[in-house]
Design a protein around this ligand. Sequence first.
Ligand SMILES: Nc1nc2c(ncn2[C@@H]2O[C@H](COP(=O)(O)OP(=O)(O)O)[C@@H](O)[C@H]2O)c(=O)[nH]1
Ligand SMILES: [Mg+2]
Length: 352
Amino acid sequence: MIKIGLVGTPKSGKTTVFNTITKSDAEVSDYFSENLRPNLGIVNVADERLDYLAEKFNRTKTIYATIEYLDFVGIKKDEAKKELFSNQFLGTLRTVDALGLVVRKFNLPGIATNPILEIETIETEFIFSDLIICEKKLEIINKNLKHGLKSSESEKKLIEKCYTFLSEGKMLKFLNLKKEELHMLRGFQFLTLKSIFIILNVSEEIFGQNKDLIESISEKFDVVEIAGKFEMELNQLDEDDAREFMSEMNIKESAVKKLTRISYESLNLLSFFTIGKEEVRAWSLQNGSTAHDAAGTVHTDFAQKFIRAERYSFADFKKYGSEKELKSAGKFFIEGKNYIVKDGDIIYIRHS
Ligand SMILES: Nc1nc2c(ncn2[C@@H]2O[C@H](COP(=O)(O)OP(=O)(O)O)[C@@H](O)[C@H]2O)c(=O)[nH]1
Ligand SMILES: [Mg+2]
């Protein structure tokens, strides 16, 4: 399951956004912002294609792909520098797949809004946090060298390169590291290597009026604009009423849909489907993955005992209507381990 961490400065509306998309009612208050454990919520990835398949195959269960959201405590300026991030906070934060940075563009009494500064603050904290890791690693390497213990020269060089880049105030994701280098760095779980996107949280009165700001943010990051509090309040209403309020405010896509889309985009994910005896199911997979990877996603055993994958595309299924018709049209394919899975593939894994 994909894990998205909601991060940001205190009172940027992280918990409000969390409540909006998970339809929960975690407390939005100062008290809870002292709570170190993040709020957790799981959200289905809506997909009309899967609904269509459930109906056509007459399956009683529809299992959507899911995203887990973690709503973290606010990050204050200089916290990382002073090594004030708790181990628990950092430990959990480092396990997420992508970071959704919630930025405030609504008024709070006595605090001005400055979205660009908020983004820079969090960037700086993450850079510091990674810098400290590099520093500690280099210390260990140098100490080992002094004691005549050899350590990998290429690793030392790589960490030094990262250290220098971070010292210049830049996130590692912009260093254009090679695949092997990324592999070597995997264990460090650097925050600035993670996918990161911006959730611009605005008050409903100014929704849709932030084009310039969004443009300047998007020079560096993917960004979505949502009216977090407004949409949270809509959770109390039934769907038709909520839709009407949304269209009055000219909000065309719900926050949860936007976040799903941007999560998939920034993690470069696709969806494939399986048709079981009782259920249709959607799975998420990184673009460029193979049929063997897909088998492993469904079940570790299926990857080990992989024989072949039978597959057809959703678009073809819609056109031809049945597996039989797909076969006679030559649109039902038998694939080996190395087949590159496409978005919308319907796959059956044959295994021993
Ligand atoms: N006007 C407005 N207020 C918001 C919005 N989102 C959050 N708030 C308010 O901002 C305060 C902090 O929100 P909270 O979600 O607890 O922020 P967190 O500290 O980032 O988790 C609360 O009083 C919220 O009601 C929004 O989109 N518009
Ligand atoms: Mg909060």
